[in-house]
Design a binder for this molecule. Structure first.
Ligand SMILES: Nc1nc2c(ncn2[C@@H]2O[C@H](COP(=O)(O)OP(=O)(O)OP(=O)(O)O)[C@@H](O)[C@H]2O)c(=O)[nH]1
Ligand SMILES: [Mg+2]
Length: 196
């Protein structure tokens, strides 16, 4: 149902810094994870057809809490803090990890974790670690290769198969996307809708 996502019915609910602050698990939920600066917030904005609902920054590490957005009054989207940003102190990195992993493992309404990867980059250790962990925990996941506008068609295909091989996934487990052009948006929407 494209209108759910693109109809403009989305609002920021809250930022969560600890488990006790999580909103009631009232709605099906999708969480968006990925390295700092990969384009998580941009993807959510594009998905919801909103320019500025989620704050974007060229400075990595902008999103430091679990940010909840309510879509169409019946779905939560959760923008997770980015990982892999070296300037964040180890103590803070570990706190994030603890909060995020307990959220992912215990959230009954979580339908799928969307793992966002920059199509230009190879498979990074932390991405592989997350994907492997999600698979082991039997948490449904969907991988998005984003910023595809930055590559030529040839290079895009090449990078996509390198990433598929690195993550051990098939074409049907991932979506190519661009927050700049909106390419891949319909595909992403239909993948998400399958969980609803
Ligand atoms: N060309 C292009 N630029 C993008 C795309 N997606 C995001 N960007 C740019 O990448 C930068 C980071 O985007 P964000 O959406 O803030 O990334 P993030 O993953 O939310 O970052 P953190 O919250 O810091 O973890 C911004 O300058 C965006 O404009 C895309 O698909 N194409
Ligand atoms: Mg962000």
């Amino acid at each position: 149902m494209k209108d759910r996502w693109q109809g403009g019915q989305a609002q920021f609910i809250k930022s969560v810094f600890k488990t006790s602050q999580l909103p009631e698990p009232e709605f099906p939920e999708f969480a968006f994870a990925g390295r700092s600066n990969v384009g998580k917030s941009s993807l959510i904005n594009k998905l919801l057809n909103r320019r500025n609902l989620v704050k974007i920054s060229s400075r990595p590490g902008k999103t430091q809490s679990l940010n909840f957005f309510l879509v169409n009054e019946d779905v939560y989207l959760v923008d997770l803090p980015g990982y892999g940003f070296a300037k964040v102190p180890r103590k803070v990195q570990n706190d994030w990890k603890g909060l995020i992993s307990s959220y992912i493992l215990n959230r009954q309404t979580l339908k799928c974790v969307v793992v966002i990867v920059d199509i230009r980059h190879g498979v990074k250790d932390q991405d592989l670690e997350l994907v492997t962990w999600l698979k082991n925990e039997n948490i449904p996941l969907l991988i998005v290769y984003t910023k595809q506008d930055k590559l030529t068609a040839n290079k895009k295909r090449q990078q996509a198969s390198i990433l598929d091989a690195g993550f051990g996934i098939s074409k049907t487990d991932r979506v190519l996307f661009s927050a700049k052009t909106g390419d891949g948006k319909d595909n992403l929407i239909s993948m998400l809708d399958q969980y609803l």
